[in-house]
Structure formats: structure tokens, C-alpha cells
Design a protein around this ligand. Structure first.
Ligand SMILES: Cc1ncc(COP(=O)(O)O)c(C=O)c1O
Length: 394
């Protein structure tokens, strides 16, 4: 029998997905390693800090419970949902009903994908400020519907201008994806920005999905607000939080979404057909994480802030244009004048080949990011300093 070409059988939707952003950089990273180069990997936003001990201990304890192996409550245990509601009331000016305004997720990437799957039809538009975290636009390619990119321009402080959208698009718009503090541009907002978005979305009957993955990694006294604090936000919106960055639990796959109970109920219906929820032992450990939130987060944010200062001071000396972030674990850097003929993949490739520092090319966050690269602050301070030293020789 001749060999079957399974790749040619790929669905049209999947074949439309762009190549994985790190494919080129990973290849060059491996080649540099083979040449004996020590790689400083500031590419993916995968936290290097350990998960705090009490959380790990609770996981180890819970794993040994007699019935822990059974299927979990798919939408989250009542204890977990209560812990989320309690945390929300302490951290933000928002009271949630744990019964129907909280839904546990196997990471927020899963939840964001299931949101598009649960709501988008072929004729619907999703409004997506770009550059952006890729699951927002890729989930539309996978599950159907049309993308409407709202450019985030430097001259507008990387903020979207929804008022300029064509009314014909607005009539068919169903979903809007926003996210602050923002990956990759690191933009932060105050509550008044959310008030404006909530007003606009209500007027045009658009679901707002706010991804707050970095709300707890803030610097210089800044505190990120919740979208749900905005006037009327709960009538049209939901908000995602992740344990991946806040508690460095990226590999554990634990997150949650809160907000409008009808939107959550549709997501819950969708999820009940495709997954069984998060392992109960991880949900128990996540409760401990939420209980210890304040002390963990202040240490984690302070560590990222020190790393930010080393990198930003170094980039300032090199004359590489960037804004010192007030939040997130990233620095978004414009391709310097001397290299401006290059696109972001070419420039990121040059950096990894010549210096052994791996960064994310901006194109991975959409075409609008192609004149930038992104550094993730996921190595210790001495390695960040070493990054600056190496870049100075480029
Ligand atoms: C904005 C944003 N949302 C979600 C995620 C993924 O979170 P999780 O690990 O909970 O799927 C990331 C990861 O980088 C992100 O940057």
C-alpha cells in the first residue's frame, strides 16, 4: 500500500492556522546549543520561579486522599468556586455568586478557545485588538466566524479605538477580546477605560471577554482593576484569571472565568461535552494559592520588577526603544534603527544566532507586531544582566 499523506487530509480550518511562532527560533536555539552556546531563553512566558511550598504540599497531601481519583466537578468544586468568590471580593470591588458566576478552567487558553467555540457562527465578527495573545485570533480561525483587527498603535498608547469600526461590522459583531495588563505591549489601564468599553459593548450587544492573566504582576504601586468593576460590565462581560503567571503554576493547568451567568452557562454546556474539568487535587492546591495570594504575589511581582529594571536600564543604554512596563512579565521592544530593514523573525533570529538570547518575534502576536520583539523576564537577575551584556556586542 502506498504511504497515506495524512497532512493533506487536514481540515481547511486547521490548514489556515499560521505557523507556530517559535518554530524558527527553536530551530536556531537548538543549532546554537549544538555549537556549544549557552542559551538565555526569554522567548516564551513560562515562569521559572518555583510554585510556593504550601501549594505543592497541599497537592501532595490531596493526591493521597481516598477518592481523589474520581472525575472532578467539571465546573469546579463548590469549595474552589467559593474561594474564588472570596478572593474576588477581597481583591476587587466585585461580589460573585459562586454557584453560577464562577467556572473552573484547565488553563485560560482552554477557556478562551471554548468561548469562541460556544458562541461564534460563520457570519459573526470577533473584534480583536492586535498585536495580541494568539489564541484570541486563532480560536476564530479554528471555530469559524470573521476576524476584525483593531490596531493598537504606538501613537495611541497601544489603546484600541473601537469607535472607528465600520457600523456594518458592528452590526455583526458578537465577541470582543480585550486583555489588560496587555501581552505583548504591556499596556495598563484604569477603571475608566473599562467603563467606556462596557458602555460601547452594551450599546452594540457585544460579549466582552477580558483576559486578566497578568492582573497580579504589577509594578511601581500600580494595581490592575477588574473589568467587572466597570458600570454595567456584568451585563455583557466575563473575565479570565490564570494561576499560570500569578502563582507560577503554568504546567498545572488551572484557571477560572467569572462574570455573566448566562455566558458562563453556555461555556459550561460546551465544556461538559469536551472535558471533565481540573483534577480535584489541583483544585484543592489552588484554594491554598488563593488564600496565600497577598504574600506570594508581592514577592513574585517584586522579583519581576527587579528583572524589568535590569533589562530596561540596559536597553536604555543601548538606545533600544521600549516603554518600561508597569505590569506583566514582558518588555516590548521596537526593532532598533540600525536593524530596521529586518522583520521581527529576522531580527529575533539574528539575536539568537549571534548572542544566544532567545526572544519572541512580534509577528507571533499578529502582523501589527512585526516591528517589535518581546523579552519574557523568565530568567534570574544575573542572566538578565548577562543578556544586556551580550546584546551590547550585537
Ligand atoms: C494574555 C494571556 N492569556 C492567557 C495565557 C495562557 O494562560 P494559561 O496558562 O492559563 O492557559 C497567556 C500565556 O502566556 C497569556 O499571555
Amino acid at each position: 500500500m502506498s504511504k497515506i499523506d495524512f497532512e493533506s487530509m487536514m481540515s481547511n480550518r486547521i490548514s489556515k492556522l499560521p505557523p507556530y511562532v517559535f518554530t524558527t527560533i527553536n530551530k536556531l536555539k537548538n543549532e546554537a546549543r549544538m555549537r556549544g552556546m549557552d542559551i538565555i531563553d526569554l522567548g516564551m512566558g513560562s515562569p521559572d520561579m518555583p510554585v510556593p511550598e504550601p501549594i505543592r504540599k497541599e497537592l501532595a497531601r490531596a493526591v493521597n486522599e481516598r477518592h481523589i481519583n474520581r472525575y472532578p466537578a467539571g465546573d469546579g468544586s463548590i469549595e474552589f468556586k467559593r474561594a474564588v468568590a472570596y478572593w474576588y471580593s477581597k481583591r476587587f470591588d466585585v461580589d460573585l455568586n459562586p454557584a453560577d458566576e464562577v467556572l473552573a478552567l484547565i488553563g485560560s487558553k482552554e477557556g478562551l478557545a471554548n468561548l469562541s467555540s460556544a458562541f461564534m457562527n460563520r457570519d459573526d465578527y470577533a473584534l480583536i485588538p492586535t498585536p495580541t495573545y494568539p489564541i484570541f485570533f486563532n480560536s476564530i480561525t479554528i471555530f469559524g466566524g470573521s476576524l476584525y483587527n483593531v490596531p493598537l498603535l504606538e501613537e495611541n498608547d497601544f489603546l484600541p479605538d473601537f469607535e472607528r469600526i465600520d457600523p456594518a461590522v458592528l452590526r455583526r459583531a458578537k465577541l470582543m477580546f480585550i486583555s489588560y495588563p496587555h501581552n505583548p505591549t504591556t499596556t495598563v489601564v484604569e477603571k475608566s477605560h473599562f467603563d467606556g468599553i462596557a458602555r460601547f459593548a452594551k450599546e452594540h450587544r457585544i460579549i466582552v471577554s477580558h483576559d486578566a492573566a497578568y492582573s497580579e504582576i504589577c509594578f511601581d504601586g500600580y494595581k490592575a482593576p477588574s473589568f467587572l468593576e466597570a458600570e454595567g460590565a456584568r451585563d455583557i462581560g466575563i473575565e479570565f484569571h490564570s494561576f499560570s503567571k500569578t502563582f507560577s503554576m503554568a504546567g498545572w493547568r488551572m484557571a477560572f472565568v467569572v462574570g455573566n451567568p448566562q455566558i458562563l452557562s453556555v461555556m459550561k454546556k460546551m465544556k461538559s461535552y469536551v472535558d471533565f474539568g481540573v483534577f480535584s487535587a489541583i483544585q484543592k492546591a489552588a484554594i491554598v494559592a488563593l488564600e496565600m495570594h497577598e504574600e506570594i504575589v508581592s514577592e513574585t511581582a517584586a522579583a519581576y520588577q527587579r528583572r524589568r529594571d535590569i533589562l530596561c536600564d540596559g536597553l536604555d543604554k543601548l538606545g533600544w526603544k521600549h516603554r518600561r512596563p508597569k505590569a506583566t512579565m514582558y518588555v516590548w521592544v521596537k526593532i532598533p534603527e540600525a536593524f530596521k530593514e529586518m522583520n521581527s523573525t529576522e531580527f529575533a533570529s539574528l539575536i539568537v544566532r549571534e548572542t544566544g538570547v532567545a526572544v519572541a518575534p512580534g509577528i507571533g502576536f499578529g502582523e501589527a507586531g512585526n516591528d517589535h520583539i518581546r523579552f519574557a523576564l523568565v530568567e534570574p537577575e544575573d542572566r538578565i544582566q548577562e543578556t544586556v551584556d551580550r546584546l551590547s556586542k550585537l
